[in-house]
Design a protein around this ligand. Structure first.
Ligand SMILES: Nc1ncnc2c1ncn2[C@@H]1O[C@H](COP(=O)(O)OP(=O)(O)O)[C@@H](O)[C@H]1O
Ligand SMILES: [Mg+2]
Length: 322
């Protein structure tokens, strides 16, 4: 397995069968395509953001990458391992943090969860000490070790969870919404820690979030998922551009005609009497429509937003609500 394909997905799908009660003894079966033919690779040591609106398929992807869920189709490897086939072997090489759910023992002091991890993963004593000390220092857990987990604030608990995921020196860390619900100070601590972890240990990090600031501060590469499909994979800067991007005017004419010529528009596709015109997203469509209507036999038209823009707009809308 080359380092450039440390995590590799090839046309991975996950379809859930959902049964819904529609009446007495009547049930309807429905399929939810949570992940729809996703392909990407992550190189060893990369820190990648995996973003998208609620229900996009982020957690489902992470669960397949840990082996909790088996893909319905496609090929998936992490460190050369097929996660759902060799979940236990993989567990020694990955760390996982689910923001919505703790792996810590609720009624026990924080340190007890770490002692359990020490035994469960058979971490050599010296290694365990060293990793624990480091996490305690960087995540500022010193005063919290003897506190029962249920008494911790969300931010403290999250830092506790991150430490727990790292005691066995995983090569990959998956974080599913690690900053959800955290206050500004806790968010800053978590981000600072992840940055250092990635820089010093070259830990590969896949970070799921719908907080764009997490990405801005941590990830140079970002993947955007929407309705189970990967709609963007590239630099963060490019994401801003794609978000500004172009909109498309779909024009139906009375008959087949040569490409429409209007200022600041570019015909990108012609299919019979239908033409697609790209124009800058920042520009109003109204004057374009007026000039087309004045010069061409117009039957119908619609404006299409770029996928990526719609996704990001949705993310910002959710952020404004939360
Ligand atoms: N266990 C499940 N059974 C049925 N549907 C599921 C299950 N888990 C997730 N889904 C559905 O799959 C889609 C993607 O969910 P999820 O991966 O949790 O999205 P995200 O983490 O991006 O918010 C959603 O429509 C969700 O309702
Ligand atoms: Mg999720």
């Amino acid at each position: 397995m080359p380092d450039s394909e440390f995590i590799a997905l090839e046309k991975v799908e996950k379809v859930f069968e959902v049964r819904r009660k529609t009446g007495f003894l009547k049930r309807e079966r429905r399929q939810v395509r949570a992940v729809d033919s996703i392909s990407f690779t992550v190189a060893r040591g990369e820190m990648v953001g995996y973003i998208g609106p609620n229900g996009a398929g982020k957690s489902t992807t992470i669960k397949m990458l840990t082996g909790i869920l088996t893909p319905s189709a496609g090929r998936l490897r992490v460190a050369g391992i097929d996660p759902s086939r060799e979940r236990t072997r993989l567990a020694h090489r990955i760390g996982v943090v689910f923001g919505q759910r703790t792996t810590l023992w609720w009624d026990l002091p924080l340190i007890d969860s770490y002692r359990l991890a020490h035994r469960m993963y058979r971490i050599p004593d010296a290694r365990y000490r060293e990793n624990l000390d480091r996490c305690v220092e960087l995540l500022e857990l010193g005063d919290l070790l003897d506190v029962p987990v249920r008494q911790l604030s969300l931010g403290q608990r999250m830092r506790g969870d991150i430490a727990a995921a790292l005691l066995h020196d995983p090569e990959v860390l998956y974080l599913d919404e690690p900053t959800i619900g955290l206050d500004v100070v806790s968010k800053a601590k978590v981000r600072g820690f992840l940055k250092e972890l990635n820089a010093e240990r070259a830990t590969t990090v896949l970070l799921t979030t719908h907080d764009l600031q997490d990405i801005e501060q941590l990830c140079s590469r970002v993947m955007v998922i929407d309705h189970g499909r990967l709609v963007y994979d590239g630099a963060l800067a490019g994401l801003h551009e794609a978000g500004e991007g172009e909109r498309t005017l779909v024009v139906d004419l009375e008959r087949e005609l040569p490409p429409i010529e209007v200022p600041s528009c570019r015909v990108v596709r012609v299919e019979g009497p239908r033409q697609w015109l790209a124009f800058p997203a920042g520009q109003s469509a109204a004057p374009l429509v007026a000039s087309i209507a004045a010069a061409y036999p117009l039957v119908d038209l619609s404006v299409r937003e770029p996928d990526i823009e719609a996704v990001i707009a949705k993310m910002y809308a959710e952020k404004a609500v939360s």
